[in-house]
Design a protein around this ligand. Structure first.
Ligand code: CDT
Length: 307
């Protein structure tokens, strides 16, 4: 048995006016709960340190850059890394990254149990749009503020487990999980900020959105025989609702832990990484069963070409 006690640190709403320092205090409170429950790894949401700023249209790049982190750890986030080291709890969380070369990414990092960053992922599937869209009930400007990630979907061996990360919209794409699956991933960590309503189709409400979110994570877990930990930033941010629904999904696709509310909430499960072995050596033994001679279109072609 290779057990890791994993916490999903769902965050409730973060208002536009709220400081990073205050959010870090909330994350530390969740980490303290996680410590009491014996967690060895805690996963936080996408863009965990601030409100979901891509809902706000901005033209001034200096203003945009105020939402980005130029270093990690920074003075304000260092207490998270200190807590990780002092208590032997690895952490993963998302933030907006501004590199020294001036690139903007929607990023997640993973530490080891000594608080050292051992993995970085930059979001590949950026949803939304570039310009202000008058047809939408609210904006989703990730394509304006971020560049697509340039690191692919790497995996890392840590805590005797192959781990990978993806971010929010990535969870809807089977390619995300399969690229990591082909590197033997046993634990996929992901955070999200998902509006409770579709800005282009009001009839698509929260129940519908929660269903799609969970459907994707359960499918990704089952089809790659991997654990998936999906963690929301939820609640109403300056009048705009984000859904909750944080889950831990086992390698059979079953949900084994689920958040109940839309506030700060820790979900916990003792995850045995050896549960991945059966699927990986039978129905999803890729080496024996995949037929790559028929999959070329997946990397040759982006959009649909009808017959
Ligand atoms: N943050 C993020 O990626 N949210 C998207 C919303 C899609 S609608 C533009 C998601 O897939 O949940």
């Amino acid at each position: 048995m290779r057990e890791i006690i994993i916490g999903g640190g769902q965050l409730g709403a973060i208002q536009k006016s709220e400081s990073r320092a205050k959010v870090v205090q909330r994350m530390l409170a969740l980490l303290e709960q996680a410590r009491e429950q014996g967690c060895e790894l805690v996963v936080f949401p996408e863009l965990a340190l601030t409100t979901f700023f891509p809902r706000w249209y901005m033209e001034d790049q200096d203003e945009v850059d105020t939402w980005f982190e130029r270093e990690m750890p920074s003075d304000v986030t260092r207490p998270l890394f200190d807590f990780s080291r002092e208590h032997g709890i690895a952490i993963s969380f998302g933030y907006a990254e501004l590199t020294p070369e001036g690139h903007h990414y929607n990023t997640s990092i993973l530490t080891d149990r000594q608080g050292q960053i051992i993995g970085k992922y930059r979001k590949v599937h950026l949803p939304g749009h570039v310009e202000f869209d008058t047809e939408r009930d609210f904006q989703h400007l990730e394509k304006r503020y971020f560049e697509p990630g340039d690191l692919g979907f790497p995996t890392w061996e840590t805590q005797d487990t192959v781990m990978g990360m993806c971010i929010c919209n990535d969870r809807r794409w089977p390619e995300t999980y399969r690229v990591m699956g082909l590197q033997g991933v046993e634990l996929v960590l992901l955070g999200y900020n998902t509006p409770s309503i579709n800005s282009q189709r009001q009839s698509e409400g929260e129940e519908h959105r929660l269903f799609h979110s969970q459907l994707c994570m359960q499918a990704g877990a089952y089809q790659n025989a991997t654990w998936v930990v999906g963690v929301a930033k939820a609640g109403i941010e300056d009048g705009f609702p984000l859904m909750g629904g944080s889950v831990i999904v086992d390698p059979n696709g079953f949900v084994v832990a689920k958040a109940e509310g839309q506030g700060d909430e820790l979900i916990v499960h003792a995850c045995d990484m050896d549960l991945c072995n059966f699927g990986k050596t039978t129905i999803f033994d890729f080496a024996r069963h995949r037929r790559i001679e028929h999959y070329g279109i997946i990397t040759r072609q982006t959009g649909v070409q009808r017959p």
